[in-house]
Design a protein around this ligand. Structure first.
Ligand SMILES: Cc1ncc(COP(=O)(O)O)c(C=O)c1O
Length: 376
């Protein structure tokens, strides 16, 4: 194919600010001699993100997993109680439930958005259920209205893993305003990154003190330790990196939007390839570009993955295996009995294509042409 240079191509490439700008930030931080513990950069990023994400309260964290662990902890759910969640997610989601001494109950997903199927949640509610934990997977929002209705009916807390949903909005409302608390990840692979990092957003301002304490060993002041906290603090270098990326992530989204339009236009015409559709009232985070390889495509998802890999193009089978297949969960009786037909079908069909602003046009064209000619 003309212009295509075979080079290692990954599913994403981190958003990087100008190196000179990073140097300048580092110089400032060196001069201040304040490296961590809620410094100036930390405060500035917290405020700016609150506006950017249109949320009422926001607390930064050193990574998304510690943020999610803390979100669950902050809600004081009864020990051993059950949390209904999706198996179609990254390991951090169910692990955070278990690290909190709670039990994940896997619920099946919707075929289009691949988020928790709200129709199937209610049948899993027991007297022991304390919360629902949904994941806005690939930035596709959960059915937040239906989930909240069920939560209200059974007096359950609602937690969202919004790791993929930076800047996603539903009807103009920030994704982090739904449910009781939402956890974001700012890992290097995420659209907006602080190298490693994360945040919690929540509506109830009274949670602020709890979250602050849990993030900082439970230390309130020099002489008072109020509770059993952890170290979840984001440092000044991470925060400064975030401030720089905050200025450029919209441009990156624009590029990804164009790439999505290109992929959509070409791939929608191929028999056996399905493109999940984001609802009209939702803004896309442009975090991932998943496609579904249906049974009528001539070769399987795994064959496509292997053939691209032979050509140094590293697509990802997000999310294969499903969490319900993990060695650490699969032998649990509730997991064995779980009815997960959609998850078990889609985990073998979904493939995330290389998706980032600086992906060369020729590479995108090559990927499309390989799928068009059925990888022959
Ligand atoms: C759905 C989901 N939840 C949680 C996390 C954990 O975030 P972090 O890597 O920042 O700890 C990730 C990704 O990395 C994720 O994809």
């Amino acid at each position: 194919m003309s212009g295509y240079v075979k080079e290692k191509t990954y599913v994403t490439s981190p958003l990087l600010p100008e190196l000179e700008d990073v140097y300048s930030e580092i110089r400032g931080i060196f001069a201040s001699k304040w490296l961590t513990n809620m410094g100036e950069k930390h405060k500035e990023l917290e405020n700016k993100l609150k506006n950017e994400l249109k949320v009422n309260n926001l607390s930064l964290f050193n990574n998304g997993t510690i943020a999610l662990l803390t979100a669950i902890k902050a809600l004081n759910l009864p020990q051993g109680s059950e949390v209904i969640t999706t198996p179609f997610t990254f390991a951090a989601t169910p692990h955070s439930i278990v690290w909190n001494g709670l039990k994940p109950i896997f619920c099946d997903i919707e075929p289009n958005t691949m988020t928790l199927d709200a129709q199937k949640i209610e049948e899993l509610v027991t007297p022991n259920t304390s919360a629902i934990l949904g994941v806005h997977v690939y930035g596709f929002p959960c059915n937040v209205e239906a989930i909240q209705k069920i939560a209200n009916k059974y007096n359950l807390k609602v937690i969202y893993d919004a790791a993929h949903a930076f800047s996603t909005e539903i009807d103009g409302k920030g994704i982090g305003t739904f449910g009781d608390i939402s956890a974001f990840s700012f890992h290097a692979t995420k659209l907006f990154n602080t190298i490693e990092g994360g945040a919690l957003s929540y509506n109830d301002s009274s949670l602020e003190r709890k979250v602050y304490n849990l993030r900082n060993f439970g230390i309130r002041n020099e002489e008072v330790v109020e509770e059993v906290g952890i170290n979840g603090k984001m440092n000044e270098l991470q925060a400064a990196f975030g401030l720089l990326n905050l200025k450029i992530y919209r441009k990156e989204q624009e590029k990804r939007k164009k790439l999505k339009e290109f992929y959509d236009d070409k791939l929608e015409k191929i028999r056996g390839i399905r493109i999940p559709k984001i609802p009209k009232n939702v803004t896309n985070s442009y975090q991932y570009y998943p496609i579904i390889i249906e049974d009528d495509y001539p070769i399987s998802r795994n064959e496509i993955y292997d053939r691209f890999k032979e050509e140094n193009i590293f697509t990802r089978k997000y999310f294969y295996p499903a969490c319900s297949d993990y060695d650490c969960y699969k032998n649990d009786l509730a997991v064995k009995l779980a009815h997960l037909p959609v998850t078990n079908d889609l985990k073998n069909k979904v493939l995330c294509l290389p998706y980032y602003g600086s992906l060369r046009k020729e590479t995108a064209e090559y990927i499309v042409s390989r799928l068009q000619n059925e990888m022959n």
